[in-house]
Design a protein around this ligand. Structure first.
Ligand code: FES
Length: 111
């Protein structure tokens, strides 16, 4: 949560589309461990992030609509996406995506 002690930190703005709504979220690098924890905290969709970021449940699946540079796929992420038959590189596990300045302007849709 933004505590007001972030003076001097570069604000990162991203948009999350979910349940016919659009949520513009401001954060900064290292405020959250991952995109999953940010979405869980700020929006709180039910049944989202069930394995708490282990990359194994697939409940944090998002579609990347617009982004700049994302981190590479991790081993658990590849295995989980394969298990669910997903090969589209635009589909990612939010728990495996770090929030940094490259996420500024990113648009994701919760699936
Ligand atoms: S929280 Fe389970 S795969 Fe992301």
């Amino acid at each position: 949560m933004n505590s007001g002690n972030n003076i001097g930190l570069k604000i990162i703005t991203l948009t999350v589309l979910w349940d016919e709504g659009s949520y513009e979220i401001e954060t900064f690098a290292n405020e959250y461990r991952s995109l999953m924890t940010l979405i869980f905290d700020r929006i709180g969709p039910e049944d989202f992030g069930e394995c708490l970021g282990m990359g194994k449940c697939g409940t944090c699946l998002v579609e990347i609509i617009q982004n700049h540079t994302l981190t590479d796929f991790g081993r658990n992420e590849c295995n989980t996406l394969n298990k669910h038959g997903i090969s589209d590189p635009g589909m990612r596990l939010a728990c495996q995506l770090l929030i940094d300045e490259h996420c500024n302007g990113m648009i994701v849709r919760l699936l």
